[in-house]
Design a protein around this ligand. Structure first.
Ligand code: CTP
Ligand code: MG
Length: 234
C-alpha cells in the first residue's frame, strides 16, 4: 500500500513568534520539518515526500534531507503565500503514477507512524478522503465581529482535525483545481474536498500528532521528544 506525501512547510510561523520560518526551527536540536519528514518516511507506505519549502531557503532545506538516511525519495519545491497555494504547488510536483496522496503539516513533527499507516490504509480501503480527528475538549463558541457570542455548537458533534489527511489523488486535484477561484483560502484540504460534495471519512487521530502553533506547543513537543528518548513511551 503505497502513497506519496506533500509536506506544506512554507509558513512563517507568526503565532510562534518572530525568527526563522517555523518549519526550520529546531525541536530538541532537529528542525521540525526534518522530524516531520522522518516521521512520514518511517512508514513503509510512504515512497516519496514532496516538501513545500519557504522560497528563500529551498537549497538549505534540500541539504537538510539526505535521502540515503530517510528511506524515501524527497523533492523540495518552493511554496506560496497561503497553505492552500503551497499544497497546490506540491500537487503539481507529483509524479504521474501517484494514486494516493497524503498532506501532512511540517508543523506536526511528532506524528506517530501508526497514524500515517492508518490514513494510507483507509484510502486504499476505498475512502476518497480521510482525516484523523480527536474530540474537542474545550467548549467552542461562535462569535460575531463585536466578540458577542452568537451560539454554542454541541461539542459532541465537533472534532479537531489533524494531518496527515489522505486522498485519492484525483479527488484532491479536483478540489484544489476548483478552489483556485475561491476568495477564501482553506487551511484544510479535506475542507476543499467537502466542497465537491465528496464524503470525508474520519478516523481516530493521535494526541502526538498535535500542531506546533504557539510557544507553549514547543514546550509540549520538547517534553515528548525527551520522553521518547528515555524510552518510557513512544
Ligand atoms: N504553510 C505553507 N505555506 C503557507 C502557510 C502555511 O506551507 N503559505 C504550512 C506551514 O508551514 C505549516 C502548515 O502549513 O506546516 C500549517 O500551517 P500553520 O500551522 O498555520 O503554520 P504557519 O502558517 O507557518 O503559522 P502561522 O499561521 O502562525 O503564521
Ligand atoms: Mg498559518
Amino acid at each position: 500500500l503505497k502513497a506519496v506525501a506533500i509536506v506544506p512547510a512554507a509558513g512563517r510561523g507568526e503565532r510562534l513568534g518572530p525568527g526563522t520560518p517555523k518549519a526550520l526551527r529546531a525541536l530538541a536540536g532537529v528542525p521540525m520539518l526534518v522530524r516531520a519528514v522522518h516521521s512520514l518516511a518511517q512508514s513503509p507506505s510512504v515512497e516519496l515526500v514532496v516538501v513545500v519549502a519557504p522560497p528563500e531557503p529551498v537549497t538549505e532545506v534540500r541539504a537538510l534531507l539526505p535521502e540515503d538516511q530517510l528511506g524515501a525519495t524527497v523533492s523540495v519545491v518552493a511554496g506560496g503565500v497561503t497553505r492552500q497555494q503551497s499544497v497546490r504547488l506540491g500537487l503539481s510536483a507529483l509524479p504521474d503514477q501517484a494514486e494516493v496522496v497524503l498532506v501532512h503539516d511540517a508543523a506536526r513533527p511528532l506524528v506517530p507512524v501508526e497514524l500515517v499507516d492508518a490514513v494510507v490504509r483507509a484510502v486504499w480501503a476505498g475512502a476518497d478522503a480521510v482525516v484523523p480527528a480527536l474530540p474537542v475538549t474545550d467548549t467552542v463558541k461562535a462569535v460575531n465581529a463585536q466578540e458577542r457570542v452568537t451560539g454554542t455548537p454541541d461539542r459532541a458533534v465537533l472534532r479537531s482535525v489533524q494531518t496527515p489527511q489522505g486522498f485519492r489523488r484525483s479527488v484532491l486535484e479536483e478540489a484544489h483545481g476548483k478552489a483556485a477561484d475561491g476568495p477564501q483560502d482553506s487551511t484544510d484540504d479535506a475542507g476543499l474536498v467537502e466542497g465537491l460534495g465528496v464524503s470525508v471519512q474520519v478516523i481516530a487521530g493521535h494526541e502526538e500528532a498535535f500542531k506546533v502553533t504557539r510557544p507553549i506547543d514547543l514546550v509540549l513537543a520538547e517534553a515528548l521528544v525527551a520522553r521518547r528518548r528515555a524510552g518510557t513511551a513512544r
